[in-house]
Design a protein around this ligand. Sequence first.
Ligand SMILES: [Zn+2]
Length: 510
Amino acid sequence: MSVVSTRNLELFSRKFGKMLGSGIPLLKALELLQREEGDSPLGAIIGQICSRVREGYTFSSCMSLFPGVFTEVFVAMVKAAENQGRLDQGMVEIADSLADGTLEAGQGGGEINEAAGAAEDANLQVIKLVNRVISDAVKEKLARVVFKPERDHVKLNAARQNSLEARENFDHPTYDRIVARIKLMSALDISETRLPQDGRMLIKVENELVDIRVQLVPTVFGEQILLFFSRPDEVAPPVSAVFPDEAQRKQIVGLLQNLNRGLVIFAGPHGSGKTTSRDTAMSILNDGTRVIFEVGRIYKAIDGIGCIQVKPHIGMTMPAAIRAAVRAEAHVIVVEEISDEETALECFKAANDGILVLTQMHARNSSEVFRQLLNLKVPPFQLYDGIGTVVFQMLVRNVCPDCRRELEFTAKDFARLSLVDFKPGRYSDSKGCASCRNSGYRGMHPFYEITVPNKNLKEAIIKGDSNQITLALEAMHGTCLEAKIRTWVEEGHTSPAEAARIRTILFAQS
Ligand SMILES: [Zn+2]
């Protein structure tokens, strides 16, 4: 027998629709109606619906848990109205149908039927889960998150300030639904699991527009997902923040304005801010006097700059896109990244044609840039002729001002950290607190090593001799970068531990 009469359901539907129509938020309207119904069966059901809506479930999916009251047709009508964004009118129409007898209240009890909602529940939970991962990442201003499939489970890692932090783990069945959901959101092929896919989603989180680049890479244990976050509404940082050292800033601006051909390569390890530097360089050149093209996967259109999207599946590969920009008589071409032979050769060809090419490369030090270009079969004479400047950079994390403390460091401590050039004394350190999420660091400072090939280096380049190139670079820069970072530590901005981490990267053998 029915626990809620058709008449009561009609009254509820009509009032609810009218409330929504007058601008009362959904949850508020439900709470008011629950209070009105008091301890009646309908009141109890509305109460349960309320608590589920608060958890993020849709109104219709909550109703489907009570098939004894809300029939399948009823739920379908609510769902359709929800999808059309007209739940207010939909509820009034439902009330009319209940009044004229074309719709009736369910003939069962008011108990929750978990089974009825279980399948939909699983989907909803995944939707909620993906939304939560994304909105948390946006709120924390993360640059990327990675889902890493392993044998037994899938790990979620967050990239914060140059290091990966482990977050939660998922079991494989849940992860399969996460993959499907993310593919759906970024318009990717759900059935394709063996090939890498690149997609994009544009969503709003708390009124902030967020652009997410989605990368799927098949691995032995499943598809790895990388989400890269960027904020199109965000104002680009000023030149003075990107290049804080005044002398280096003047040098870079001068180089850009005076070079009218050749490659300017921004290099650094992952998360060293090279994209920001390259984009800043592009904005310096974007003064209306040059024809500029950006080629690659572009997520942010900028006034004054032509975009050529790389779409390999239709034949618009990176080299083809560069050639298209050359044909369009570009003065400047901004190439997303050099990571393969063809792109490298095409960049040098463009430089040879009298074009200024800004690009970036993944490298752990300046000499690795040259070594990689030689490995990518760039002929030494082209490298000699085409290379304009290499801007190598590192981002050093600063200690968190809230949990910063001073510690005594002995010569032994420094020997253990392989920082033998540091003098014993008191230095900054941090233990981690809530405001830095226990990392001990907040904020970062960029350090640059700018290489404009001199006679010595050019001789080494034309011979194609990597070792001689390394020696020429050492003669040119010495231990300038290390010394600058040491000064930064001595001034208390960061810890000896951070300096040790940076050196490990700089001296990593490739
Ligand atoms: Zn802290």
